[in-house]
Design a protein around this ligand. Structure first.
Ligand code: FAD
Length: 420
């Protein structure tokens, strides 16, 4: 770490002064930090947790993110980290094979979804950023509030080891996820969009002769999504919002039975779910803010828009926000306060593709999820997904959407050893 790189304001109460203070070390915050540091911008990343480990927080890496890593010269190293490659998605009622939705048609050097633990990926990227002395990472730094001066955000107050600390920054970026405290402190309220479902995540062993891709199964008004994690299945159990207490009341045995009802092949392993502690609840939220910025402040990633889990695009969109922010901010950050128009450019670049994707997710929920949760009739995929040519659309939409934001600033304009 290079905390000493950030000038101290006073001797008594030593707030740190930096150029860009990023709150939240998720995919959005870490990737923005990395690109800014590589361009010589003094950057301070504050992360509330003591490490990057968070189970079931989405471990999908999409083709544009791999293409970004390639641009940063990191793709080969990322591919050396433990991961699984998934290139097909099989809809409920179909078998893996020619009916699957395949990522293999994408025109990319990485035509697949890489499944990699966020802990491993974020740890790698943060270590990479730390090679640049203008980057500082402070873990267990829980940001409490923004600091305002004349209506301008000039930094944050954070709690670490039971004490309050202050950071003064030219720009503060809220990348602190769906419950963003930065957003709340700025008085920005997200608008809630469609929800209606929740998901329970758990893991069970996967046998070597089982499907290799992502698989959906639906029966008796229940939907299961299977993600291939090598020797394990990461399984999502989708159910109507608010029904978790009812499921709990019915008991874990009834839950195990309902899994077998949907996928009989699980009968030999559901006993490994001993109790509800083996299951994590994701309360599905979909929302977005209408203002991504204030003077001295920018929101990106889930802090600006929580995505529905349909299509698993949350990380992809958080990463592209980070790229858009880097594109718009690297030059202004070299020259003092960031003009509002540079912050507005980030919203302009990313708001539209985000809105379109959220609308697509809402439509997919109606066409796929609500059909699967309807126990009165057997699930049938929408007619257009039964045509081979149309099955090429979802992988392209999930990966690239209506706009893909590419890195326009240099991948690195200062060498790792040089001072900013
Ligand atoms: C259970 C679950 C499963 C998911 N599955 C998928 C999936 O399969 N594919 C996918 O693409 N997306 C998935 N998502 C969504 C995905 O995790 C998010 O869209 C993505 O991580 C957003 O990235 P982010 O960097 O904006 O925010 P986050 O990843 O939420 O990161 C925010 C960071 O800020 C930190 N933080 C929060 N408050 C503070 C504070 N006050 N001070 C300092 N730090 C703070 C948090 O500790 C966290 O590290 C899933 C989400 C959940 C909850």
């Amino acid at each position: 770490m290079s905390e000493q790189m950030h000038e101290r304001l006073t001797d008594e109460e030593p707030p740190l002064r930096t150029t860009c203070c990023i709150v939240g070390g998720g995919p959005a915050g870490v990737i923005l930090s990395l690109i800014l540091a590589r361009n010589g911008i003094p950057t301070l990343l504050l992360e509330a947790a003591h490490d990057f480990d968070r189970d079931f927080r989405g471990d999908t890496v999409h083709p544009p993110t791999m293409e970004l890593f390639e641009r940063l010269g990191l793709a080969e190293e990322v591919l050396k980290l433990p991961h699984d490659i998934v290139s097909t998605f099989t809809l409920p009622g179909q078998n893996e094979g020619k009916n699957s939705i395949s990522f293999a048609h994408l025109k990319s050097r990485f035509p697949y979804v890489m499944m990699m633990s966020q802990a491993i990926l974020l740890d790698f990227l943060a270590k990479e950023a730390q090679r640049w002395p203008c980057f500082t990472l402070i873990m267990q730094a829980n940001v409490q509030e923004l600091i305002f001066e004349n209506d301008r955000v000039v930094g944050v107050r954070y709690k670490k080891d039971g004490r309050m600390h202050e950071v003064r920054a030219t720009l503060t970026v809220g990348a602190d996820g769906r419950s963003s405290r930065v957003r709340r402190s700025a008085g920005i309220e997200p608008v809630k969009l469609t929800d209606g479902i929740d998901v329970l995540w758990f893991r069970l062993p996967r046998h070597d002769d089982e499907a290799r891709g992502i698989m959906g199964r639906a029966a008796a008004g229940r939907i299961l999504i299977f993600l291939n994690r090598g020797h394990q299945w990461q399984i999502g159990y989708i159910f109507p919002k608010g029904n978790f207490n009812h499921l709990r009341e019915e008991g874990i045995e009834a839950f195990r039975e309902s899994l077998v009802q949907v996928e009989p092949a699980l009968a030999d392993r559901v006993h490994l779910l001993h109790d509800w502690k083996d299951v994590a609840l994701l309360k599905v939220e979909s929302n977005r803010v209408s203002e991504w910025y204030r003077d001295g402040l920018l929101l990106i990633g889930d802090a600006a828009h929580a995505m529905s889990p349909i299509g698993g695009v949350g990380i992809n969109y958080a990463v592209q926000d980070a790229v858009a922010a880097a594109n718009a901010l690297v030059e202004p950050l070299k020259n003092g306060p960031v003009p509002l128009k540079a912050l507005a450019a980030v919203q302009k670049e990313r708001e539209w593709p985000t809105k379109v994707m959220q609308n697509i997710q809402a439509a997919m929920q109606k066409m796929l999820v609500n059909r699967g949760l309807d126990s009165s009739r057997p699930f049938r995929p929408p007619f257009f997904l039964r045509w081979p040519l149309f099955r090429r659309i979802p992988p392209w939409l999930i990966s690239y959407g209506v706009r893909t934001t590419r890195l326009k600033v240099p991948a690195d304009s200062v060498s790792p050893q040089s001072k900013p």
